[in-house]
Design a protein around this ligand. Sequence first.
Ligand code: GSH
Length: 233
Amino acid sequence: MKEEVILHQWAISPFCGKVRRILDDKNIAYRVKNYNGALVAKAASLSSAGKLPVLDINGKRIADSRQIATYLEKEFDSTPLVPKNSQQQAVMNIYQDWADESLYWYCFYFRLNYDNAWEQVATYFSEGRPSYEKLIVRHFGRVQYKRNLMAQGIGRYSKSQVEERFLFLLDQLNETLHEKHWLVGDRKTLADIAVASQLHEIKRTSHLVSRMSEFKEVERWLVSNEEKSFPHC
Ligand SMILES: N[C@@H](CCC(=O)N[C@@H](CS)C(=O)NCC(=O)O)C(=O)O
């Protein structure tokens, strides 16, 4: 019997959203396992980095969205998400790194520093768990992650500075997408998936959602990068 593919995830993690999109694009059937509320401690034990996503596939356990993407590209190559051309590949890798290492922190910032957004995160993050766990997430989760944001650096800037910088970057992305369907070459690549996964999560919880919709090229392109399905278990 063929083994089930299992994605260990948080529904609102942009990196988990990125892996879901890759699995969907490659038509790989999978089940999700969520680590909401107090299960966060269990999530940390799944890999040496202690982060999600983690994917169980073909008897292997793979951690990190980039490692997962590399594995899936090699094993399921009928829908390629990496261009053959090496220059395009390089641009794709730079976009992916920008999404994972820079845009991600904007998503984090907009969730942690705005009460309304954090309330939504606490709700998503404690779905299916006893209600007292939501209180823990709401308070201690916020304190802990704010420390990460300060250590990374972006947490030391004011809301107006971070919003202005983010909207500037969206404007630049908008320019980049002018008369183009995809960020790199003429088909969807990991660059689109990585960047769109971050932006979709920012839109999910951020007060900036209506400002973001002013960037028409980005909006159009985001529609092409929606998740095909949103599986729950
Ligand atoms: N480089 C990793 C980053 C994954 C990551 O940062 N995941 C977050 C969730 S969005 C996480 O696990 N955070 C928990 C922690 O840092 O302890 C990847 O691409 O998968």
